[in-house]
Design a binder for this molecule. Structure first.
Ligand code: G6P
Length: 609
């Protein structure tokens, strides 16, 4: 969701803040704003649109000042407009940026209006700045006023507050939306993601739920939910490369698609020995937790949910444990059955998805035997609150449409299959085959990437289409779902995925020459059945694009374009077939001229319900 950056420094901070926003733009991009304090004056600039609009405005009229806050917005309350853009101010004294939702904002708004406060936006955020202003009439410090304010807020938020009359400090508060403090030399920072601050520091501490912190140039003092002063460990960032840079690539998405061999190598490194996957891939005490597991409940959203769906096939087929997969927003609001000896696995690139986090908390209350997260964000809420963590090490993913995180999640889930399989009677041969397959992934993905040019050509066919159908069977069905999601996310073409056996139960009615049908067809035991499904489409005049194993014996003709995919074994096939589908959606979006990295209405990290 929204991105936040704040700084207290001796130098002018507006440029640092805007650079931070650029790096956070993946979180929201409908408007942006900055406020700084300079010699007792609060100045604010806000613009509708991308951070570049704000940068342009600041280039024309720079803002000086060493204490400041900035925000890039993904609208929840109030349309994207300048008056709704953050920072919000009260009486030209208090300025606030906020990520999340204040659920009791209507009640607070009414109360504040009765006290004479005049609102200038439709946002829930504006109640925070007026409340702080009100509380400052009752308390003698900004810290105390913010502490009193947050006690009245319901909902999820990360917020940063500054006061024109006290430029020495900013107060930050976290409840439900992540905030990270960055430590510099004689200057300190805060942001909703460490990526924002990488140009200025590599030392970070993560605030915990309910924390309020006072940040000055020389000190950071953190108080927990009860107001007691606490220490939060300061760590050097593990982000090894500066992910904020697109390098030679035209888009982050393309860069991230091409980074997959590297990301897979990183995720595999030191996690296998003697052709077996090590339990320690899931954390130091993983063996204790994993040895008695008989059922796995997977919870995730979006692309991560599709990774979980693929894993269900593997865990049941190869690891000998039963598995259910559910979308987090469903799981958290229903009464579900918990099987004995159940492991709860959350999958999340960001580690902060509100629904997934709520589902984890619910599962802990329900008494799951153990909890694990497959996650790309060290220090994130899911990592901190789970018993075990598989750290993906995919590197920062900036493109809103997830690519490398998905394939790395699949690799992590295959490792989980191997480890749980070992506790449930998987043969040594099978473990060796699985491990070998995992280790050859980076090279195979590299090979699959060489399809890029052929797919770019193919993409031309899709530019004038409004719909597309994706078909797959078995563990390729979730891959078809992911392919459809990618296409709709970034090219805005309506796309559906079906398990191809379901074709005749409805979707066949949609088939005509205007409905391209994309088929994923590895050479597995379902190939013959899939071929029958292909014939069903052909017989109805459909135009097909078949991604098929070189040996699968499909041939291109008037009704079917066959794209040969490098031969791969059954373990890695879902991951390998993902690559051409990612490339297809990318090239279609390029031709359609959509905003590849920041598609309309979406955000990368969904920290609100
Ligand atoms: C958003 C993103 C998706 C992502 C989903 C789950 O919708 O746009 O790309 O798959 O959230 O995010 P997570 O960080 O939990 O994997």
């Amino acid at each position: 969701m929204c991105g936040i950056v704040g700084a207290v420094a001796q130098r002018d901070v507006a440029e640092i803040l805007v650079e931070g926003l650029r790096r956070l733009e993946y979180r929201g991009y409908d408007s942006a704003g900055v406020a700084v304090i300079n010699q007792g004056e609060l100045s604010r600039t806000r613009r509708v649109g991308k951070v570049q609009e704000l940068a342009q405005a600041l280039a024309e009229m720079p803002l000086a000042g060493g204490t400041g806050i900035a925000h890039t917005r993904w609208a929840t309350h109030g349309e994207p407009s300048e008056r709704n853009a953050h920072p919000h101010v009260s009486h030209e004294d208090i300025a606030v940026v906020h990520n999340g939702i204040i659920e009791n904002h209507v009640k607070l708004r009414n109360m504040l209006q009765q006290q004479g406060y005049v609102f200038s936006s439709d946002t829930d955020t504006e109640v925070i700045c007026h409340l702080v202003h009100l509380e400052l009439t009752r308390h003698d410090s900004l810290l105390a006023a913010v502490q009193a304010t947050v006690k009245q807020l319901e909902g999820a938020y990360g917020t940063v507050v500054i006061d024109r009359r006290d430029s020495e400090r900013m107060i930050v508060a976290r409840s439900g939306s992540p905030l990270v403090i960055g430590y510099g030399l004689g200057e300190n920072f805060v942001a909703s993601d460490q990526l924002a601050l990488l140009p200025v520091t590599r030392s970070f501490s993560f605030l915990e739920e309910g924390d309020v912190a006072e940040i000055t140039r020389r000190s950071v003092t953190i108080y927990d939910v009860n107001g007691a002063q606490v220490e939060r460990e300061i760590k050097e960032s593990e982000v090894t490369h500066d992910a904020g840079d697109k390098g030679e690539y035209r888009h982050y998405m393309l860069k991230e698609i091409y980074e997959q061999p590297l990301a897979l190598s990183r995720t595999l490194a030191d996690r296998t020995a003697n052709m077996q996957v090590l339990d320690s891939a899931f954390g130091d005490n993983a063996s204790e937790f994993l040895k008695d597991i008989k059922h796995v409940q997977i919870i995730a959203c979006g692309t991560s949910y599709h990774a979980g769906m693929a894993a269900r096939y593997w865990l049941e087929q190869w690891a000998g444990v039963s598995c259910n997969v559910e979308i987090a927003s469903e799981f958290r609001y229903r009464k579900s059955y918990m099987y004995p000896n159940s492991l709860l696995v959350t999958i999340s690139q960001s580690g902060e998805t509100a629904d997934t986090l709520a589902a984890l908390r619910l599962a802990k209350e329900m008494g799951y035997k153990a909890t694990m997260t497959i996650c790309n964000a060290p220090g994130s809420s899911l990592v901190r609150e789970s018993d075990m963590a598989y750290m993906m090490k995919a590197g920062a993913e900036i493109g809103v449409a997830s690519t490398k995180a998905f394939t790395v999640q699949l690799a992590g889930l295959m490792m989980l299959t191997a480890v749980l399989g070992r506790y449930n009677g998987m043969s040594d041969e099978m473990q060796t085959a699985m491990t070998q397959s995992l280790l050859s992934l980076p090279a195979k993905v590299e090979q699959a990437l060489s399809l890029d040019d052929a797919i770019a050509e193919l993409a031309e066919d899709f530019a004038d289409k409004s719909n597309a159908l994706f078909l797959g069977r078995g563990d390729q069905y979730p891959i078809a779902m992911e392919g459809a999601l990618k296409l709709k996310e970034i090219s805005y073409i309506h796309a559906e995925a079906y398990a191809s056996g379901e074709l005749k139960h409805g979707p066949l009615a949609l088939i005509d020459a205007d409905m391209p049908v994309i088929v994923v067809a590895p050479n597995n035991e379902l190939l013959e059945k899939l071929k029958s499904n292909v014939e069903e489409v052909r017989a109805r005049g459909g135009l097909m694009y078949v991604f098929a194993d070189i040996d699968a014996e499909f041939e291109s003709d008037d009704t079917m374009k066959v794209i040969p995919v490098p031969h791969c074994d059954e373990f890695m096939a879902p991951l390998i077939y993902t690559i051409p589908l990612q490339l297809l959606s990318y090239h279609v979006a390029l031709i359609k001229g959509t905003d590849v990295d920041q598609p309309r209405n979406l955000a990368k990290s969904v920290t609100v319900e």
